[in-house]
Design a protein around this ligand. Structure first.
Ligand code: ATP
Ligand code: MG
Ligand code: MG
Length: 377
């Protein structure tokens, strides 16, 4: 049976490897963590750094097709992999998603609505951006940001200089602050023959910059949810995507969609599909990159996904295991550091039966969010 190579050893690699195994593939993981989430469930090739060319060569030679769960491999490393095996999604797509300026420029050129942005290479650029965008606005590193790390909200001119210094390395990108009504995302999968499917639009809530809760379907109008899926499909086609991609969007106060960022891999906001869909995002991903047909991305239930973050949430694991209706996924990470994604829980509701806020909280049982102020920050 053929071998799927996955670059990156985190939970997305773990869940992709499990889906691959279910379809009869073997998975090889290129990872810096010998006992990380993915290495625990598949064959691991361990590396000190993801641009160790000898390791990349060994890895590529042992697999049939290469995909990613870790996006920050060097351009050289990508070229090397691409010279040895088919790489899906392509190196070009990865490069676009690695750099917020390249990403925003691509989206803008493709006619996709996004918030206004400016490249900031020095403090003079930052002054110009502030004047054009007005306060408040957001300053982000162009590379390597995740979970809201590598960004600052700028409220007044006196914040500019400190934020600029703190967010090294430069350049940075300044973004207009979107006064959003809610955040949504769409998982879109596309295979080499251009077959494209989208899962239902998901509503996302963050806490301390980290995704906390996803609701499926999003509580927005059918028309808007449909438009979000169309936008994701347009981006996938414009990128000539083979694989799966998460597209994060804002719904602004006028009810318009603005794309925030893209992630050409399985995405945290798609984890609800693992229990609410006959074919989940990980199987869809494996099918897309291995050239299999893509079945419809249908959903048989409404769902809520709650992330398990850090030691506080993991202290609840025994209660989660004992709670009926909590469908739990553990990532196998040894140490529950604060802010670290340790697992997630899905709760299902009948199709069309997603309850209101109180119903969702009640269904989460031991994971119900403490009242404001009671969570220690
Ligand atoms: P991720 O973990 O999703 O990769 P990230 O570090 O790449 O996160 P973003 O997704 O760009 O960062 O931003 C994190 C969150 O910050 C967003 O989900 C949103 O809540 C908020 N945010 C980011 N950009 C803006 C903006 N322009 N206007 C308003 N809120 C924003
Ligand atoms: Mg991001
Ligand atoms: Mg994001």
């Amino acid at each position: 049976n053929s071998v799927l190579g996955i670059v990156g050893g985190g939970q997305l690699g773990r869940m992709s490897a499990i889906a691959a195994a279910r379809l009869g593939f073997r998975a090889h993981i290129l990872t810096s963590q010998a006992d990380g989430p993915a290495a625990q469930v598949a064959h691991a090739v361990t590396v000190g750094a993801y641009d160790d060319h000898d390791a990349l060569r060994r890895f590529a030679n042992a697999v049939d097709v290469v995909t990613f769960e870790f996006e920050n491999i060097s351009a050289d490393g990508l070229d090397l992999l691409s010279s040895l095996r088919p790489v899906h999604p392509s190196g070009r797509i990865l490069r676009i998603s690695q750099d917020r300026i390249a990403e925003k420029t691509f989206l803008q050129d493709a006619g996709i609505p996004i918030a206004p942005f400016h490249l900031v290479e020095n403090e003079a650029d930052l002054q110009v951006a502030a004047t054009r965008l007005g306060y408040p606005f957001i300053l982000k590193t162009t590379r390597l940001g995740y979970d809201g790390k590598g960004q600052a909200r700028i409220h007044a001119p006196e914040d500019l200089s400190a934020a600029f210094s703190r967010l090294a390395p430069h350049p940075l990108v300044a973004e207009g602050m979107v006064d959003f009504a809610c955040e949504v995302s769409v998982m879109v999968a596309r295979n080499a023959t251009g077959g494209t499917v989208t899962f239902d639009t998901t509503e996302n809530r963050h806490r301390n910059g980290i995704l906390d809760l996803s609701l499926a379907p999003a509580r927005i109008s059918d028309g808007l949810a449909q438009r979000a899926r169309e936008l994701a499909g347009e981006i996938a086609r414009a990128l000539d995507l083979t694989g799966i991609m998460g597209v994060e969007m804002f719904v602004d106060r006028d009810g318009d969609l603005l794309v925030n960022e893209i992630a050409p891999r399985p995405h945290n906001s798609g984890h609800w599909t693992m229990n609410a869909c006959p074919v989940d995002q990980f199987e869809m991903h494996v099918r897309a990159v291995t050239g299999l047909p893509l079945p419809p991305a249908t959903r048989h239930s409404d769902a809520v996904m709650k992330n398990l973050i850090g030691p506080d949430d993991m202290a609840l694991w025994p209660r989660i295991m004992a709670a009926p209706g909590l469908l739990a996924h553990h990532y196998g990470k040894a140490e529950a550091r604060p802010g670290r994604k340790m697992g997630h829980v899905n709760v299902l509701f009948p199709y069309g039966g997603l309850p209101g806020e109180f119903g969702v909280e009640a269904a989460l049982g031991p994971l119900a969010t403490p009242a404001d102020g009671a969570d220690g920050d």
